[in-house]
Every structure is written in structure tokens, then in C-alpha cells.
Design a protein around this ligand. Structure first.
Ligand SMILES: CC(C)(COP(=O)(O)OP(=O)(O)OC[C@H]1O[C@@H](n2cnc3c(N)ncnc32)[C@H](O)[C@@H]1OP(=O)(O)O)[C@@H](O)C(=O)NCCC(=O)NCCS
Length: 277
């Protein structure tokens, strides 16, 4: 049987979307769903079965060069019925209609076979690190985050202009080390989340991590990092984080002959989230 036709998701779908993410044990909150709906009002899709939301996928377009797919979730009782595949195809059609040149995502082991079949290739490993609740530490001096100061470094590191994402996440918690780097933090369902953090040096990243830890005493914490940035992994280990899960960052061209994307993972100390890159 053909899977049902995908439809656009909107704010009224957030409670049902939260049920899907809870069933997968993910860390996102209602605010995270609100943010992704706000960043991609035409790029969040769902499939219903038996009158309830059964599957989701989101596609955030940063600029013409790069779009990011995330929140690919199917309720455990509805898996294996082609819902995720249908939603992925729909999301890819949506991005093709907008001329997105490159499409990336961070794949779990469960999602990877599907993405491979849809033409995605491995780019690099990505890891979720975590640490348990620990006592308060004193806060280093940091400056406030100003988007205009970091837009360019972030775009060089990430490979696309994600100003709208940074502007959306900054009010939750953000800090900067002048000339060094910036970091953000937000609450999670299971643990406080450190990221994104983009820094020119390990020293600035260390201070930004200190800012994050000082602001989240007695709370478990998550940090998603690219292990090829060995300075980030060393810092994580030094501060009591340990690897919890390994995913794979994958990439697929959206437009034939698009110029290659460049990025600098050595400046990426923490990603913004698996749903954002
Ligand atoms: C991954 C997930 C979204 C797949 O949803 P789904 O609706 O069951 O997927 P589909 O029925 O559309 O199957 C898609 C394809 O993947 C294959 N597939 C699905 N689950 C699989 C598994 N566990 N192992 C191997 N292949 C699998 C199917 O055979 C199908 O292949 P085909 O299109 O060639 O026939 C779902 O298992 C899930 O929500 N997992 C937990 C959250 C997660 O890890 N999401 C992925 C984030 S990157």
C-alpha cells in the first residue's frame, strides 16, 4: 500500500511531534520544535496514520548553497511502512524546487540505510558526548554575543550563512570571547545542551565551555562534536564528558554541478544540533 501523502507541520502539531521524539528518547523540547517550525515554515512535513501524527522530517534552508534535514522520526508502532522514505522524498523535492545546491544531515544507524539509498554519502563521524550533573564552578569572564561579529566566522566554519538560526538560538543563552569565538546553550529534555560553539582557538573554546558549565550546575549536559576536531574531544574529556553515541554526517548534491562546499571543522567545537548541523 502507498504511504499517505505528507502534509505541512505547524505549531498545533507540536504536542504530537513531541510524542514522536519522546518515543525515540531524543533531547529536544517543545521550544526546539517551535524553533525549527519557525526557521522552516514551508519545510517541516508529517504523515498521519489512524488520525494521528506518525512520522516527521524537517528541512531548514540556510541559503541557496546548503539545506539541513532533521527530525526524521516515525512512531515505533508505524515503522517499516515507508513513511520516512516518503517524507524524505518529499523533503528532497521541496529542496529541489528551491534550488538547494547541497543537502546534509546527521544520520543515526537506523536512518543511514535509507539516506544511502537516497544518494547521501558519508562526510565525517559526529559524536554525542555527555556528562553527569556536577557541582557549580566559577564563571569565567565572557562578553555578550553579537551576531554581526560572528556571522562571518560561523559561515566559514560551517559552510553556509546560518544567521537566522543563530539569531533564533541566541536569546536562550549565548556568550563570546572577543576575537576568539562564541557559544550558545539551551535546555534539553534529558540534559542541558552545549552548542553551537565556533572558536578560533581551544583557549577561547575552553572559556566558553566554562561559561556553559557555570550556568548549568547540578544538571547533566550534552555536547555534539566532530571527533576530527581533536582539540574539542580533548576538551570534552578533560571536563568529564564521555562519548555516548556515534552518528555520521552525510551529504548529497541537490543540484548537478554545484560548486563544492567548503567548511572548517577545526573551528567547530560544538554543532548546533543534529537537526541543524
Ligand atoms: C529511522 C526511522 C525514521 C525509519 O522510519 P520508517 O518510517 O520505519 O522508515 P521506512 O519504513 O520509510 O523505511 C525506509 C527504508 O529504510 C529501511 N529501514 C527501516 N528501518 C531499518 C532498519 N532498522 N535497518 C535497516 N533498514 C531499515 C527500510 O527497509 C526502507 O528501505 P526501502 O525504502 O529501500 O524499502 C525510524 O526507524 C525511527 O524513527 N527511528 C528512531 C529515530 C531515528 O533514528 N531517526 C533517524 C534520524 S537520522
Amino acid at each position: 500500500m502507498e504511504p499517505p501523502v505528507p502534509r505541512l507541520l505547524g505549531p498545533p502539531d507540536i504536542p504530537a511531534a513531541m510524542d514522536l521524539k519522546k518515543a525515540a528518547g531524543w533531547n529536544q523540547t517543545e521550544a526546539d520544535w517551535r524553533n525549527v517550525l519557525c526557521l522552516a515554515p514551508e519545510g517541516c512535513f508529517g504523515i498521519e496514520a489512524a488520525g494521528r501524527l506518525a512520522s516527521t522530517a524537517t528541512a531548514v534552508r540556510y541559503d541557496r548553497r546548503l539545506a539541513w534535514i532533521g527530525m526524521v522520526l516515525t512512531h515505533p508502532t508505524c515503522r517499516g511502512r515507508g513513511f520516512a522514505r516518503r517524507l524524505m522524498e518529499h523533503a528532497l523535492e521541496h529542496l529541489a524546487a528551491h534550488g538547494s545546491e547541497w543537502i546534509k544531515l546527521d544520520a543515526t544507524d537506523m536512518g543511514r540505510p535509507l539516506y544511502r539509498r537516497l544518494g547521501f554519502e558519508d562526510e565525517c563521524p559526529i559524536e554525542r558526548w555527555g556528562r553527569g550533573a556536577e557541582a557549580a564552578v566559577s564563571a569565567p569572564r565572557v562578553a555578550s554575543f553579537a551576531l554581526d561579529e560572528w556571522r562571518s566566522l560561523d559561515a566559514q566554519a560551517f559552510g553556509a550563512d546560518r544567521s537566522r538560526l543563530l539569531a533564533t538560538l541566541a536569546p536562550c543563552g549565548s556568550a563570546a570571547i572577543p576575537g576568539g569565538g562564541y557559544a550558545m546553550a539551551r535546555p534539553g529534555a534529558n540534559a542541558a545542551y552545549f552548542g553551537p560553539c565556533v572558536s578560533r582557538s581551544p583557549e577561547a573554546a575552553r572559556q566558553l565551555l566554562g561559561w556553559f558549565l557555570a550556568g548549568h550546575p547540578f544538571q547533566p549536559a550534552y555536547w555534539d562534536l566532530l571527533p576530527e576536531n581533536t582539540a574539542a574531544a580533548e576538551l570534552a574529556r578533560e571536563f568529564g564528558f564521555a562519548p555516548l553515541r556515534r552518528l555520521v554526517r552525510m551529504v548529497r548534491p541537490g543540484v548537478a554541478g554545484a560548486a563544492p562546499l567548503t567548511h572548517h571543522n577545526s573551528h567547530v567545537y560544538a554543532i548546533a544540533g543534529f537537526e541543524y548541523g
